[in-house]
Design a protein. Structure first.
Length: 425
């Protein structure tokens, strides 16, 4: 049982945390920068942001599963060494042992903690009942639905009676109705103040989900991940997904995210190299066709729902289409431009020509094309292109930029790329 505690008590904390990963032959990739975050007792925190903002990395650092490159990680005010002893973890991918029954999957976690056999049996049975799996103790993961598998993952975490429950996109692999039920069940387990878990930290890209669950919503920027803002959610519990107040907060978060990911800024002519949003050319074309079929405009979050894509990636695709002049992005809306309409109405061969024309308006493609023309045999080594990207876009992930460059260049028949020789031509 958890002892009663002051709600201002800080359970764990990040101070000025950064995270970098080395890259072959270049400067390290910066994933997180100057992250400050305190997890207090008796609260639910949600980390919200687009792909690439480091949500899962923050959770792993708090859990002691990954070490920061800089800054401090504290547990009850002391530096965290190794795994955080106060957490239970629910993963997106269920992470079950397929050769073990439901009961053995839960018991194995308790045995690893060195608990006495009698306590292992008692705790496992209680956790399985808590998540509604009584009667399925002898079933194997292959015999369970996605929702039932996630319940097993939750039972393993609950059986440890953790001070904090960490959840990484825990409901993204199950259908909408099951997800709704699981969210309510997690909050029911958390709600009593006299037992663990005291607090929950969750990662999600589902805005309505975090408004339903969280007391504080940490909105993150990407590339590198930074805390953009923290939104306090004071809506009383239990919450109604359809209530005007909840939908109003969802709308506010939509505006915060699109304001930072698709800013409404006047176009400025520049000689600088433009960063390439990491979206495939086929995805850009698909977005244009989607918009054309819907009268030329749609809300970005409606697009994400209709296409079953993570909203951050839809925003990235919209930014890519805007960079090429095919759409405009006023507020939260993606609007097909005259050039986008021209593209959609063109034949396949004409589309290639329009796409190529748009690529050659971008400085990076201009420079690569010039370099190919000047190179011996009109072929350019991949390493030279990576150097070109690194010099002109030093804050970007140059490997990912190279992949996007090749994808777009091939799509527009601007150049070819041979994966064997690693040469553009």
């Amino acid at each position: 049982m958890a002892e009663s505690t002051n709600e201002t008590e800080i359970l764990c904390e990040l101070r000025g945390v950064g995270k970098e990963y080395p890259q072959a032959g270049g400067s390290p990739l910066k994933v997180l920068e100057d992250i400050g975050l305190a997890v207090k007792a008796n609260e639910v925190i949600a980390l919200l942001g687009p792909s690439g903002c480091g949500k899962s990395t923050i959770l792993r650092i708090l859990a002691g599963l990954a070490a920061p490159s800089g800054g401090e990680v504290l547990y009850h005010g002391a530096p965290l060494a190794g795994l955080n002893p106060g957490i239970g973890f629910v993963f997106q991918s269920f992470a079950l042992f397929p050769w073990m029954t439901v009961l053995r999957n839960v018991e194995s976690m308790l045995e690893a903690r060195g608990l006495p056999p009698a306590e292992v049996v008692e705790r496992a049975a209680r956790a399985i009942r808590t998540v509604g799996l009584a009667g399925f103790e002898e079933a194997y993961p292959r015999e369970l639905s996605g929702g039932m598998k996630q319940r097993v993952g939750m039972a393993r975490a609950f059986s440890l009676e953790p001070e904090m429950l960490f959840m990484d996109e825990p409901f993204s692999q199950v259908d909408a109705l099951t997800a709704e039920s699981l969210r309510a069940e997690v909050l029911d387990v958390w709600a009593p103040k006299d037992r663990n878990p005291k607090s929950i930290v969750m990662v999600s890209h589902d805005i309505k989900e975090v408004v339903y669950m969280a007391d504080r919503i940490v909105v993150l920027d990407a590339h590198p991940g930074r805390v953009r803002t923290i939104v306090e959610n004071t809506l009383p519990r239990p919450r109604d997904y359809r209530s005007p107040a909840l939908l109003q907060l969802v709308d506010r978060l939509h505006d915060i995210i699109t304001g930072m990911e698709m800013p409404d800024v006047p176009e400025v002519v520049s000689t600088a190299f433009e960063p390439l949003p990491h979206a495939g050319a086929g995805e850009i074309e698909g977005l244009l066709e989607y918009l054309d079929a819907r009268g030329g405009r749609e809300d970005v979050f409606r697009i994400a729902t209709d296409t079953d894509r993570e909203y951050g990636h839809v925003i990235t695709t919209a930014n890519a289409a805007e960079l090429l002049g095919f759409v405009d992005t006023p507020h939260r809306t993606v609007v097909l431009s005259s050039e986008g309409s021209r593209y959609v109405k063109a034949s396949p061969a004409e589309r290639k020509a329009v796409f190529r024309e748009k690529l050659l308006e971008l400085r990076l493609f201009q420079r690569v094309q010039e370099a190919i023309g000047q190179a011996e045999g009109h072929e350019l080594d991949k390493e030279l292109v990576l150097e070109l990207i690194a010099m002109n876009l030093p804050s970007e992930n140059f490997e990912a930029t190279f992949v996007t460059l090749v994808n777009w260049g091939r799509f527009g028949d601007l150049f070819s790329y041979d994966e064997v020789t690693e040469r553009l031509g």
